[in-house]
Ligand binder design. Structure first.
Ligand code: ADP
Length: 240
């Protein structure tokens, strides 16, 4: 009976995820606590008050992202993934995700080059959105503000390919084979410090593979990176 109950914490302990998540949660939590203390017990002018609230907002967003990423990994790695597959048009979804990244202001320029008439794929809308968010978010994180991010699409025999290209730091060739591994981050002092856990690409890979798709990267240090994924096309027999 006990075996039938799924307890993510047991899995977390097994794979040493728990100490890592607790460690990573400490910094934003103590930041938020210190901010609350300051607001409660110090006389701050209106501008400082606003700045403290903004810091709290950023830290709270970071905590939320950490919790979501850990949750995704635990569920995905335990084959807990349930895909709600439906005919999906990638073009409108890509444009929607890009629009949300550009609101209220855009740090980057975007060029969405998806050919008209791209075939439908068989996909889970929320999960494909997560894949796009992780890849486009990374393109923004690891390239300088104001540079161009190009999103392309291609109709191939094996499926529909979406590619996200940036003009960022690029990835050293020895890191390319490990880039989708859990917790892997490129340790390079020339890369501006972006706070992350090394889970976003791992999650994207698990999600793409759950769709029977493929994900890959091409990159050159100093020139930028292109992350691509392929999702199988909708076949007539798949149609509901
Ligand atoms: P995170 O960004 O949270 O660290 P990811 O799994 O999304 O985790 O990415 C893993 C690592 O891959 C990053 O830490 C970064 O070193 C590298 N990386 C990912 N995307 C890019 C990109 N577009 N350009 C350069 N490096 C990247």
């Amino acid at each position: 009976m006990l075996n039938e109950l799924y307890d993510p914490l047991i899995e977390l302990n097994k794979s040493d995820l728990l100490p890592i998540i607790l460690h990573e949660m400490r910094a934003p939590l103590s930041n938020i606590n210190a901010s609350i203390e300051m607001l409660l017990h110090s006389a701050v002018d209106e501008r400082t008050h606003r700045e403290i609230l903004e810091i709290m907002g950023t830290q709270s967003a970071r905590l939320t992202r950490l919790v979501e990423e850990f949750f995704d990994v635990v569920v995905l790695e335990n084959n807990g993934i349930r895909l709600d597959l439906q005919p999906l048009a990638l073009g409108p979804l890509v444009r929607e995700v890009v629009k949300s990244f550009c609101y209220p202001v855009s740090t980057h320029r975007f060029d969405v080059q998806l050919p008209p008439g791209l075939p439908l794929v068989l996909g889970d809308r929320n999960k494909v959105e997560t894949i796009l968010r992780n890849l486009i978010g990374n393109a923004m994180n690891y390239s300088p503000e104001g540079t161009l991010i190009t999103i392309g699409g291609e109709d191939r025999a094996e499926g529909v390919v979406v590619s996200i290209s940036d003009q960022g730091t690029g990835i050293p060739s020895d890191a390319l084979t490990r880039i989708f591994d859990r917790f892997y981050r490129v340790e390079d002092s020339s890369v501006p410090r972006v706070r992350g856990m090394g889970l976003g690409l791992h999650i994207a890979k698990l999600l793409v593979e759950a769709h029977n798709g493929e994900i890959w990267v091409e990159s050159k240090v100093g020139e930028g990176s292109t992350f691509s994924f392929l999702l199988p096309k909708l076949n007539l027999e798949d149609a509901p």
